[in-house]
Design a binder for this molecule. Structure first.
Ligand code: NDP
Length: 327
């Protein structure tokens, strides 16, 4: 038997509760994992609260990521005792996920837990941090260098934003953090932000082009914010778009792209191929100070993850929430 958060669809909405499940209830897969830690990502918040239809079948065990130890494997790449990390691949959406003491997954989805991190630290990074690394790598791939100017990070106090600030600052970029929580300025500066600004200035419909400022950006908000970032990006800048915390829409004009050569780089962590995943985790190993993870991440038990998911959706959680599934 093992414990898991289980989501059921009811007439009143999504019901989330911790249940005891039998091992034979696990879905098919070639690797069985004892989960050590999972986390709450924005998508887990959407799934647990039912705020958006990210879950494709019920009952579902949420949790789009996990760090754990292989218990049994018929996959050639993994054996019992291996320490692994899972991010995405539809886990926690279409396949039972990490907010459980056990998971049965496809070995092709797994990456090795980097030796530099404990399982708890890997989940303090989680899919949010791995996505932040994908964003930073995308900016570099498009030629953005520290000498070119300021990099804007939106949703700065959230998971992706916090890790993106730390990774960019470590590489010598001048990071401007946009937040709705100016009271978190000291936290954001401790991660490496050079300046903290109010996200409100990006939140409403703006002009097709504005004064050029950003050499690059990591945007987690979408909607008017993304449109306004593109409109104020410098000639030749790259904007990495990974999120929709403000909205899924993009009410923008083509002006920044055709008049200033701005590149909009889309970032997807869920189906990213293995080489991109390994590169992102390698970047986290080389550039993320594990001491910062204590600042960024806070640990809760399995049952506490349910109310935390509601708080995440209210935008009141700072950094990352790690879930100790044994608690
Ligand atoms: P968090 O909830 O940790 O952070 C989101 C942050 O966005 C909040 O902390 C807040 O920051 C800001 N925010 C929240 N609501 C609003 C709002 N209504 N308007 C403006 N700002 C808001 O989420 P994550 O960091 O985990 O994820 C951020 C986004 O990235 C999400 O949309 C998520 O779905 C997406 N994502 C995408 C991935 C991909 O593969 N493309 C992978 C991982 C995440 P502050 O208070 O500082 O303003």
């Amino acid at each position: 038997m093992f414990k898991a958060i289980v989501l059921e669809k009811t007439d009143a909405g999504v019901l989330a509760e911790v249940r005891e499940l039998a091992d034979d209830a696990l879905p098919e897969g070639d690797v069985t994992i004892r989960v050590d830690y999972s986390t709450l990502n924005y998508k887990d918040g959407l799934a647990i609260t039912g705020k958006a239809p990210v879950v494709r079948k019920y009952p579902m065990v949420p949790g789009i990521d996990l760090a754990g130890t292989v218990e049994a494997s018929s996959h050639a790449g993994w054996k019992a005792g291996d320490r692994v990390v899972l991010n995405g691949w539809g886990v926690g959406e279409a396949h039972w996920g990490g907010l459980a003491q056990k998971a049965c997954l496809r070995g092709d989805w797994l990456v090795p837990l980097p030796a530099a991190f404990t399982a708890q630290q890997a989940m303090a990074i989680g899919t949010a941090g791995y996505t932040a690394a994908l964003c930073v790598l995308a900016l570099e791939r498009h030629g953005v260098t520290p000498a070119q100017g300021e990099i804007l990070v939106t949703g700065a106090s959230g998971g992706v934003g916090s890790v993106a600030i730390a990774l960019l600052a470590k590489r010598g970029y001048t990071v401007v953090a946009a937040t709705g929580r100016l009271q978190e300025a000291d936290y954001l500066k401790s991660l490496g932000a050079a300046e903290v600004i109010d996200r409100a200035q990006f939140a409403e419909a703006g002009k097709p082009l504005g004064k050029e400022r950003w050499a690059g950006a990591v945007d987690t908000l979408g909607s008017h914010t993304l449109a306004n970032i593109c409109a104020t990006a410098r000639y030749g800048a790259t904007v990495a778009a990974c999120g929709l915390a403000q909205g899924m829409d993009l009410p923008a004009s083509v002006a920044p792209f055709i008049l200033r050569g701005v590149t909009l780089a889309g970032i997807d962590s869920v189906m990213a191929p293995l080489p991109a995943r390994l590169a992102a985790w390698q970047r986290l190993v080389s550039d993320l100070d594990p001491a910062l993870l204590g600042e960024i991440g806070r640990t809760v038990g399995l049952a506490e993850a349910i109310p935390e998911a509601r708080r995440l959706m209210e935008g009141t959680v700072r950094g990352r929430v790690v879930v100790d599934v044994s608690r």
